[in-house]
Ligand binder design. Sequence first.
Ligand SMILES: [Zn+2]
Length: 202
Amino acid sequence: MPSNRNRSRVRPKTKEKFKHAIRDVVDGLSQKVLIYKQSVKSECQNCYFDKMTNRSTGKCTSSSIIEAENKQTALGDGAPIRYKWFKFGRCPICFGKGYLETQRRTWAKCIVSWDPSERGGGNMITYTPAGTEGSTVVRLKCDPKYYDEFKNCEKIVVDGIECKISRPPVLRGLGNQALLIVYAFTTDKPKIDSGEIIKDYT
Ligand SMILES: [Zn+2]
């Protein structure tokens, strides 16, 4: 089919709308939203891991204080403490667990709309997960570069209020002018357990 037909699929009005939306972001109408990413488990490098018991063996991977110090120094200035000499017993880095759990947080600049359904958003109410009536919906618009952060997050904090993402974020817009739209809801009085909500992610 003629290619100019495809081109005209995007109406100028729509283009304008997204230009404005992008400008809003650029103009700094955005505010910071805190994203709690899923915690990451990594094997402790300071002790040997026991695959049989899934715990630390209680043996240090360094053979001396100096070796442990050198390994830590090699990580660079300001790096978290990952090596600390101990003779035997409980590893001072992982406290005997054999692995480290890191809770990662990041900030995303967003345009925040609380309760978008009351602002003429129309069918926005459908974004409320079943069983969570009473919780408030918040809509975020932000740069698409935050897609993975929002998709895989454990929770977010908007205006000091903890929220959960109600469904995977959606990209709206045109090419490099796309915006990421995220819907979340407050978790003050959750009526379904968080496990059910997480299933929604897959
Ligand atoms: Zn350890």
